[in-house]
Design a protein around this ligand. Structure first.
Ligand code: AMP
Length: 292
């Protein structure tokens, strides 16, 4: 695996079908699942590790974002990644960019409301990486369902000739969605299961025939203590518009603060051959040992 700090060096070695996995590092099984999928499907897999300041609305949150490059490099290498790009901060945004990307309608809802500027920050850095690295495919997790919709739409609108591949949400054995921020949960680790248990209870209701979004959203909200939840909402996976009746497919997503940690999670609600079906993600078979 080559490790480079400039985009120019990354471009030099690109060949064949290039898969890109954009990340902010501090890898867990969610990240690794994207890398393995890209390695299996592409000639060359490029992982970017960049803690993007544009998508943090709070300087303290940015300053405490977990970092462990040595461990990240070892894990990426084990997955068969060809090239790891850890861009020099000066290289990415030497000056605050005047050209930014806003995906109207998608970026200004949910996460966009609760984290002002966040979605524009994501869109701007992703567009920058797509333009600079020119991948053929980009692998993103469904854990960030709104982000996935945003990136699909920006690739379409700006005409990037690439395929955005949405990949399964990976959960710990007890259901907690893997996140780099889980390391901060500490004594609240068990309390954080309220996100996945609320969503799974709502998914059970959906599979039993309940299609009203308000009922499913209330089922998620019921699980939380006062003040914890930021939103519980069913929305269209492509447009992120709210849905009131689930007739085809939707994402049911939740955001909440547990202790001092802000977490998000979701399930997909679909109709299969046998009727309503929820995609709750993929449970790890072994405990994740990455940072326990
Ligand atoms: P991040 O480093 O948090 O920006 O995430 C980088 C990529 O990993 C994004 O495409 C995320 O959606 C994806 N990701 C993060 N957590 C998970 C998870 N639990 N399961 C699947 N993908 C994930």
């Amino acid at each position: 695996m080559r490790v480079v700090s400039t985009i120019a060096a990354a471009r030099e070695s690109a060949h064949g079908v290039v898969g890109l996995v954009p990340t902010m590092g501090f890898f867990h099984e969610g990240h690794l699942s994207l890398m393995r999928r890209s390695v299996a499907e592409c000639d060359q897999t490029v992982v970017t590790l960049y803690v993007n300041p544009l998508q943090f609305e709070d300087a303290a949150d940015l300053a405490r974002y977990p970092v462990d490059h040595d461990r990240d490099l070892a894990l990426a290498e084990q997955c068969g990644v060809d090239l790891m790009v850890i861009p020099d901060p000066c290289e990415m945004f030497a000056t605050v960019p005047l050209t930014t990307v806003t995906v109207a309608g998608i970026g200004d809802r949910l996460e966009g409301v609760h984290r002002p500027g966040h979605m524009d920050g994501v869109a701007t850095v992703v567009a920058r990486l797509f333009a600079a690295l020119q991948p053929d495919r980009a692998y993103l997790g469904r854990k960030d369902a709104q982000q996935l919709a945003l990136v699909r739409r920006l690739a379409h609108d700006l005409g990037f000739p690439l395929e955005v591949v949405g990949c399964p949400l990976i959960r710990e054995q007890d259901g907690l969605a893997l996140s780099s921020r889980n390391v901060f949960l500490g004594e609240h680790r068990r309390a954080a299961l309220v996100l996945s248990s609320g969503l799974c209870a709502a998914a059970d209701l959906f599979e039993a025939g309940e299609c009203k979004a308000a009922v499913l959203e209330d089922r998620v909200r019921d699980s939380f203590r006062a003040g914890e939840i930021e939103y519980a909402e069913a929305f269209d996976a492509a447009t992120v518009e709210p849905v009131s009746l689930i007739e085809r497919r939707a994402v049911l997503a939740v955001a909440a603060r547990i202790g001092s940690v802000r977490l998000i999670d979701n399930v997909r609600l679909l109709f299969g051959d046998r009727g309503p079906e929820a995609d709750r993600g993929v449970w790890l078979e072994r405990p994740s040992v990455l940072y326990h």
